[in-house]
Design a protein around this ligand. Structure first.
Ligand code: LHQ
Length: 264
């Protein structure tokens, strides 16, 4: 989409989705949510897409919900924000269930639903100048789009609650140190770092990655015995993939594997 609120690019197995409302710090409008959901679903079913990179245009990743897009009308009726979340939640579910890795390239501030979206991704790399802000409390809201689920799991209850209640920006270095994100990199190195990471994952065992995502997703609710059973089932599937055969053959032949990413 050339002039959309989400720019879409495809190269060599990599789909790049760029939130594109830089003047408004890529705050989410209804249009942007719809375009992102459509683009993610398309990337999910595109066999030529083996990794998705999600980033923002300009100086922010995303400032979260566009507060001027019908979620508040001065003197008007109280809105049902649950209906607003009915538009976000499918996006978060898609990121989590997409059968390929999703990388968040957090180029700048990620606030509110923008922070939640980044945290939903499989790998989060942030520019050192980026900050993560659970902005919700600043406007009397509850963290949403999965943040109350992601935060305690990533950083523990104490830090999760502090981030939510205080709604202060957390710098990328500290986010990395706390385990909120994978990595903070120098601003000028972010694009190169993401390109290298995306190229590496695009050449990876995509089907295995999809099964891996399913395993991690289920682990949140599973007992260890149930998770062991699930791993057994998933490994059975992975073991029948051509990438397993190729991976082992390449190891034994002392060469680099050439993965197709396909289940069969
Ligand atoms: C914005 C926004 C924005 C509109 C910057 N909206 N224009 C919420 C509601 C409903 C249900 C579902 O769930 C949610 C989830 C959420 O995401 S709640 C959290 C919503 N986000 C916020 O509360 C953050 C609001 N923004 C800010 O506090 C500041 O803009 C931050 C601290 C992010 C950045 O400050 P500055 O660097 O000083 O930039 P700025 O404020 O000057 O913003 C630049 C422009 O972007 C400006 O527009 P303008 O036309 O005046 O130049 C802002 O109005 C616009 N903008 N965030 N969320």
């Amino acid at each position: 989409m050339a002039n959309g609120t989400v720019l879409i690019g495809h190269t060599a197995g990599i789909t790049r989705l760029t939130l594109n409302r830089p003047d408004k710090l890529n705050a989410f409008t209804r249009t942007m949510m719809a375009e992102l959901e459509t683009a993610l679903a398309a990337a999910g079913s595109d066999p030529d897409c083996r990794v998705v990179v999600l980033t923002g245009a300009g100086r922010a990743f995303s400032a979260g919900q566009d507060l001027a897009d019908g979620v508040y009308v001065k003197g008007g009726p109280q809105p049902d924000l649950g209906l607003v979340l009915d538009r976000y939640n499918p996006i978060i579910r898609l990121v989590r269930t997409l059968p390929k890795p999703v990388i968040a390239a957090v180029n700048g501030l990620a606030a509110g639903a923008g922070a939640s979206l980044a945290l939903a991704c499989d790998l989060v790399c942030a520019a050192r100048s980026a900050t993560f802000m659970q902005a919700f409390a600043r406007i009397g809201l509850v963290p949403d789009c999965g943040s109350t689920w992601f935060l305690p799991r990533l950083v523990g209850e104490a830090r999760a609650r502090g981030l939510a209640v205080l709604a202060e920006p957390l710098i990328a270095d500290k986010a990395e140190a706390w385990g909120l994100i994978w990595k903070a990199v120098d601003d000028e190195k972010l694009v190169g770092e993401i390109d290298a990471l995306a190229a590496r994952l695009a050449a990876g065992p995509t089907y295995g990655f999809a099964l891996m995502k399913a395993a991690f997703e289920a682990s949140a609710d599973n007992t260890l015995p149930a998770q062991l059973d699930l791993e057994r089932q998933l490994q059975n599937k992975a073991g029948q993939s051509p990438d397993y055969a190729e991976g082992v053959a390449a190891f034994l032949e002392k060469r680099t594997p050439s993965f197709t990413g396909r289940p069969s």
